[in-house]
Write a protein that binds this ligand. Structure first.
Ligand SMILES: Nc1ncnc2c1ncn2[C@@H]1O[C@H](COP(=O)(O)OP(=O)(O)OP(=O)(O)O)[C@@H](O)[C@H]1O
Length: 377
């Protein structure tokens, strides 16, 4: 668990960060220049906050009132940067063993265990210059883990990779989430990454953490649209695969209340729990269950709130059983259908809008230890 309550500045830029991250992955999400790196640099000890407190798993790293300010080394924060920053003249194996030695901790994980976790066994004799970007990042994560950190800080680790390499590395991050055994602070301005990987989501805007909490709760907050980006507005549905229709290549995912959605091309076993990210712009609304329509998913729901944006668009937040779905509609449609809080509706989601390319096995969603999660974004 990571517990941060600080204020500080860098130049004239002020930051105010206040959040608690549960075990697993806590993501700091915000636009470029929002202050994510400034906040993480304060956590790592590279910048000094003006006041406040930072603790990881009960160990205080900084407390201005008590005069505690641990050195970078004593904070034991494993840092993974956008560029891997490996020693170019050393082999992968030497990079890893050096990190373990330099960490100086007898209780660091064995190199072989980390090599297996990240699938880098075949790379050990190679030099960083001969590796792909994704391979280099996996080695960089291994190096950070072997230094014996109490917190793994990943600052835009996928930002320099193309889509294909990102897809290669995400399954390893899924594993890391459950197997690293330490909290992970993940910094990104890519919503699809944070929606997939996080248990806790922290939104950073103009130097301040303006929201934090379980990822599904924060994503369903319509009022954060400006900070998270309207285009990326989405909600998470958690469910379980209850039927696999081989003939049509469709998996039926039950999302509670006997309702299910159909997802094409899903690589998940029967009974497996998954997390679906549904974008607001991929959801339409009907007052009756439609017939003679190609859209396969019509989920019964109820309007909870309607945003009061100016302009042609608006966003509605709807309950779907105990979960939430967001829909981005024109204001004209909202008026025509007389939508208002409490109105019973059907949420229409095109199956093909749920993108299977981002799916991967994972486990360990917060609040449900029975869930092994797979995320589609
Ligand atoms: N050393 C510095 N002196 C003055 N201003 C700084 C310094 N470092 C960062 N800033 C400013 O602080 C603001 C926040 O920067 P920061 O790097 O924390 O944002 P970020 O959210 O990590 O952005 P990105 O996603 O682009 O990395 C920016 O306006 C930046 O120009």
């Amino acid at each position: 668990m990571i517990d941060v309550d600080i204020t500080g500045h860098v130049g004239t830029f002020k930051v105010k960060a206040n959040f608690v991250g549960s075990s697993g992955v806590t993501s700091l999400f915000g636009q470029s220049g929002a202050g994510k790196s400034t906040i993480t640099n304060m956590i790592a000890g590279l910048l000094r906050p003006d006041r406040g407190r930072i603790a990881v798993d009960g160990e205080v790293l900084f407390d201005s009132q008590k005069g505690i300010d641990l050195s970078v080394r004593k904070r034991r924060v494993g840092h993974v940067f956008q560029d891997a920053r490996l020693f170019p003249h050393l082999s992968v194996k030497a990079n890893l063993t050096f990190a373990r030695w330099a960490g100086g901790r007898a209780d660091s994980r064995p190199v072989s265990e980390v090599v297996e976790l990240l699938g880098i066994g075949s790379l050990l004799d190679r030099r960083p210059g001969n590796l792909s970007g994704g391979e280099r990042q996996r080695v960089a994560i291994g190096r950070a883990l072997l230094s014996g950190p109490r917190l793994l800080l990943m600052d835009e680790p996928l930002a320099s990779l193309d889509q294909g390499r990102k897809a290669d590395i995400l399954p390893y991050l899924d594993r890391l989430r459950t197997e690293a055994g330490i909290p992970i602070l993940y910094v990104s301005h890519a919503m699809e990454e944070v929606a997939r990987l996080s248990q806790t989501l922290v939104i950073v805007s103009k130097g301040e953490t303006i929201a934090h909490g379980p990822v599904a709760d924060v994503l369903s907050r319509v009022d954060l649209g400006r900070a998270t980006g309207r285009h990326e507005a989405s909600a998470l549905l958690e469910g379980r695969v209850v039927r696999i229709d081989q003939e049509w290549g469709l998996s039926h995912v039950e999302i509670g209340d006997g309702q299910s959605v159909q997802v094409p091309g899903l690589d998940a076993a029967l009974g497996e729990a998954i997390r679906l990210r549904i974008r607001a712009r991929d959801v339409a609304v009907a007052l009756q269950k439609p017939e003679g329509i190609s859209i396969r998913n019509a989920i019964a729901g109820e309007v909870k709130s309607i945003s009061d944006e100016a302009g042609p668009y608006t966003e509605i937040l709807c309950s779907a059983g105990s979960q939430n779905v967001r829909a981005r509609l024109t204001r004209a449609s909202v008026a025509q259908l007389a939508l208002q809080p409490g109105k019973q509706i059907y949420l229409l989601i095109k199956s093909v809008a749920i993108d299977r390319r981002q799916s991967a096995p994972a486990s360990g969603l917060a609040n449900d230890d029975a869930v092994s999660a797979q995320t589609l974004v």
